[in-house]
Design a protein around this ligand. Structure first.
Ligand code: XUL
Ligand code: CO
Length: 436
């Protein structure tokens, strides 16, 4: 049985006119000593591609999907089959899911877990048959009304216990399916108003929750990487894991930084008022870069549009950070992106992923060339050259103090700054993008 009327997607190169072919993603092509497949570790997000239907706050689903006629557990089963046909046709190595994307909730937690068990067994078989692996799974602790006040930061201890049970099951699922990471994204972990919120208790409870997750992972032998995915807002007004810097400070305060890294998403960065490369850089210099959710936002809109990434400029700078990080480790490039509501044909799912994957392949190639040439490294070395000798070298060595620096400044009447030459740099960066 076939769900998609599309052939396997293969690399055909830039000259091809076939829209169902990769133009840049040649999975076995070696770039800086690794294949493109090894560098990018591409993943498909189950929630957008299999579960989402195109509804928005103003209108119903628009998507035409081969599984539209099914419901309940039958729908979940058909989606699994369609999912693996899709992954296999795209020829990508990974996928990611929330528990509630793959299996419907039952009337009780017990029934919900039973539904999940049925689907996880199917996923396991399909993974074995196809070779597609689980990059990460996570718990949806934001859709159900019980999470109205949060999950691990709720004001209701019964909900906290439910959330713990849900993550416990999620970690068991991760072990069962060999997930390489486990993600926490706290859509409802935040607050609306301080007028009724104990902020300190909520943050302490969140840390307690993460410590219990670490302990349970150890108990059941889950060795994947724990990841936290920062986002500043939406659906919560003040989300606790606001951005990379806030999340790292939280993890350090509560002694959790050894156990977690960050899963950084492009559109979450822009909502926080940062560029994606800023978030990646902050994580990288702190040894916390774990994985990425690949998408892009619309700068004219103030919400998470989760578009497929096609901005070569931004993706090149993101891939530069990943290469400088020595790779993405056990993480990957998960397309947390959805086709537009108006792109409702099943084929659009292929066009969207091909566009995103080719953009990352191109970004990888341009970033690799920049690194081979030492392009940014030379610019930065020259710009900070005053710290390589003289008083600058003393500052770096820690052999100076305010007395010595004052003495130096008093004797130095001719401070001269140099141009940062940003326009020249941007023009040269464009040339890299046009020529690679
Ligand atoms: C929401 C978002 C989530 C996480 C996983 O903005 O990005 O889908 O990636 O919960
Ligand atoms: Co995400």
């Amino acid at each position: 049985m076939s769900y998609f009327n599309v052939q396997n997607i293969q690399f055909e190169g830039r000259q091809t006119k076939n829209p169902f072919a990769y133009k840049h993603y040649n999975k076995s092509e070696v770039v800086l000593g690794k294949t493109m497949e090894e560098h990018l570790r591409i993943g498909v997000a189950y929630w957008h591609t299999l579960t989402g239907g195109g509804s928005d706050p103003f209108g119903a689903d628009t998507a035409i999907r081969p599984w539209s006629g099914y419901s309940g557990l039958d729908l979940a089963k058909v989606r699994v089959e369609a999912a693996f046909e899709f992954f296999t046709k795209l020829d990508i190595p990974y996928y990611c899911f929330h528990d509630r994307d793959v299996a419907p909730e039952g009337g009780t937690l017990k029934e919900t877990n039973q539904n999940l068990d049925v689907i996880v067994a199917m996923l396991k078989d399909q993974m074995k048959a196809s070779g597609v692996k689980l990059l990460w799974n996570t718990a949806n602790m934001f859709s159900n009304p019980r999470f109205v006040h949060g999950a691990a930061t709720t004001s209701n201890a019964d909900v906290y216990a439910y959330a713990a049970a849900q993550v416990k099951k999620g970690l068991e699922t991760a072990v069962e399916l060999g997930a390489e990471n486990y993600v926490f994204w706290g859509g409802r972990e935040g607050y609306e108003s301080l007028l009724n919120t104990n902020l300190e208790l909520e943050l302490d409870n969140l840390a307690r929750f993460y410590h219990m997750a670490v302990a349970y992972a150890k108990e059941i032998g889950f060795t994947g990487q724990f990841l936290i995915e920062p986002k500043p807002k939406e659906p919560s007004k003040h989300q606790y894991d606001f951005d990379a810097a806030t999340t790292i400070a939280f993890l350090q305060k509560y002694g959790l930084d050894k156990h977690f890294k960050l899963n950084l998403e492009a559109n979450h960065a822009t909502l926080a008022g940062h560029s994606f490369e800023h978030e990646l850089r902050v994580a990288r210099i702190n040894g916390m870069l774990g994985s990425i959710d690949a998408n892009q936002g619309d700068l004219l809109l103030g919400w998470d549009t989760d578009e497929f990434p096609t901005d070569v400029y931004s993706v090149t700078l993101a891939m530069y950070e990943i290469l400088k990080n020595g790779g993405i480790g056990s993480g990957g490039v998960n397309f947390d992106a959805k086709v537009r509501r108006s792109s409702f044909e099943p084929e659009d799912l292929f066009h969207a992923h091909i566009a995103g994957i080719d953009t990352f392949a191109k970004g990888l190639k341009v970033a690799a060339k920049l690194i081979e040439d030492g392009y940014f490294e030379r610019i930065v070395e020259e710009r900070y050259s005053t710290f390589a000798s003289g008083i600058g070298a003393e500052i770096i060595a820690g052999t100076t103090d305010f007395h010595k620096l004052e003495q130096y400044a008093l004797a130095n009447d001719t401070i001269r700054n140099k141009s940062g030459q940003l326009e020249r740099i941007k023009a040269e960066l464009n040339e890299y993008m046009f020529s690679v």
